[in-house]
Design a protein around this ligand. Structure first.
Ligand SMILES: Nc1ncnc2c1ncn2[C@@H]1O[C@H](COP(=O)(O)OP(=O)(O)OP(=O)(O)O)[C@@H](O)[C@H]1O
Ligand SMILES: [Mg+2]
Length: 459
């Protein structure tokens, strides 16, 4: 049965609450002021704290803060006289679960206690190791809890068995390669090789011979015939990552290779057939490149018969916890699963994740390296997350979910949204504001006006 601590300097209230809660089978402990409660919380585990707000010498607010620090898993309910309801609301902002105004009805009290205990239980199940077993792995190795990611998986499932090329778009670290791997794994070619090639990493002069191979003597240094990646991927899938980096001159050859399934080696005369499926990814908007004339339109259409866009992690906060658990499970590899306290969860959910899922994976590795007493606590997080949380707590909830926030006008909301989008575009363009302005179809001056210099650095 749940263990409840009650702190109140009014003995009548203490004994009344004691009687009510005992009669329901709870284990009840009493403290006549905040100081006593604090000592008990230090030495024993409780599930719930019910605390009066006005107490001497340590009051309810101080006790609440101490409890949140020491025992973040303990739910807190504040007791308050009607006159101090404002303080009670303040307390909820500081992490109290709810408040009960005095005088209270017994039923209401019991109902609130039950809700608080149920909530704490579900949270600790979510964040402790127990639930990683039933963690949602939706498709292959792709963890997907949000509707957006489930949609991505549905798409992959549908198009994987077909022969079409697939274009995968998304910011860095969103999981493009993972999605490409899944599309390969669920195709008839799964027995064949999956070859990822980062086009941006190949020097321009070598891309052609890397992709199509070369014959002996084709150029200085070509001392023997060489097989290209198209040949090496025979019977399987070739994943052309960062395809936006393919030089313009090579794009028509690539188009031919995809369309006719035939290639010619550098220095070779004969064309020969290759049996590969092409998947491609780009971290630049290819449509814009087509407009600019740096990417061939016909190749663009050929590649993006089907296109799958993976949204940034901050737009799908539901995926954060399951992903974190997935990475913990990968790291501990069957060993002891550390618990994660609520404070950590709030911080993870509040962060903007410019490096997306890859960054989350790194953060989890960081936490596991600095585990405190076998637990993932706030102190084990990289400091940039803490700083971002302290500067802007609740950023995620107000700006992105569009939830009602008291006192926030429509104008203020739209402004926040606009800033968010501007930031994303500027980041996507690698900080190049002129490019961002072009992409946004506004003048550079307008961009500067909407986004003063100082504000861009703040995240
Ligand atoms: N939904 C997901 N479920 C599980 N793991 C994921 C998911 N998304 C990404 N990852 C993991 O995050 C890391 C980054 O993903 P990946 O390399 O596929 O991203 P990317 O979009 O190709 O990044 P880049 O643009 O930098 O090449 C990988 O370790 C990948 O396994
Ligand atoms: Mg990649």
């Amino acid at each position: 049965m749940a263990k409840i601590l009650i702190a109140d300097d009014d003995p009548t209230i203490l004994s009344l609450l004691n009687k009510i809660l005992l009669s329901k089978g709870y284990e009840v402990h009493l403290a006549e002021h905040g100081g006593v409660a604090e000592k008990k919380l230090k030495s024993e585990q409780f599930d719930l704290l019910i605390s009066d707000i006005k107490m001497e010498p340590v009051d309810g607010m101080q006790l609440l803060r101490k409890t949140r620090q020491m025992r973040p898993h303990v739910g807190v309910i504040m007791l308050t006289a009607y006159a101090t309801v404002a303080t009670a609301v303040e307390a909820m902002k500081e992490g109290a679960f709810d408040y009960i105004p005095k005088p209270f009805k017994i039923d209401e009290l019991l109902e609130t206690v039950k809700r608080a205990l149920d909530y704490q239980k579900s949270i600790s199940e979510q964040v402790s190791g127990n639930s990683h077993i039933e963690q949602k792995k939706y498709f292959g190795n792709i963890v997907a809890e949000s509707d957006q990611m489930i949609n991505v998986c549905e798409m992959v499932k549908r198009v994987a068995p077909t022969k079409t090329t697939i274009m995968i778009t998304g910011d860095s670290g969103t999981g493009k390669e993972l999605v490409a791997e899944a599309a390969h794994a669920f195709s008839a070619r799964s027995e064949g090789p999956f070859l990822p090639v980062n086009c941006a990493a190949l020097p321009e002069t070598l891309i052609e011979s890397e992709l199509f191979g070369h014959t002996k003597g084709a150029f200085t240094g070509a001392s023997a015939n060489k097989e290209g990646l198209f040949e090496a991927a025979k019977g399987g899938t070739l994943f052309l990552d960062e395809i936006n980096s393919i030089p313009h001159g090579l794009q028509s050859k690539l188009l031919r290779a995809i369309q006719n399934k035939k290639i010619r080696k550098v220095g070779g005369i004969e064309e020969f057939e290759v049996d590969v499926r092409i998947l491609a990814a780009s971290n630049r908007n290819l449509e814009t490149m087509v407009k600019e004339g740096s990417f061939r339109e016909d190749l663009f259409y050929r590649l993006s018969v089907i296109s799958i866009d993976i949204p940034p992690l901050k737009q799908r906060p539901e995926d954060i916890l399951p992903l974190a658990q997935h990475f913990i499970a990968l790291e501990v590899d069957g060993g002891e699963f550390p618990t994660m306290d609520n404070a950590v969860l709030s911080i993870l959910q509040n962060y903007t994740w410019p490096g997306n899922v890859r960054e989350l994976q790194n953060v989890i590795q960081h936490c596991l390296t600095f585990l405190s007493d076998g637990k993932i606590t706030k102190e084990t997080l990289p400091s940039k997350l803490i700083v971002s949380y302290e500067e802007n707590p609740g950023a995620q909830s107000s700006a992105l979910t569009g939830e009602f926030e008291k006192g926030k006008s429509l104008k203020a909301f739209l402004r926040a949204k606009e800033k968010e989008y501007l930031k994303t575009v500027i980041d996507t363009m690698g900080g190049d504001k002129a490019k961002a302005a072009k992409e946004l179809d506004i003048s550079l001056a307008t961009l500067y006006r909407k986004m003063p210099e100082g504000e861009q650095i703040e995240d």
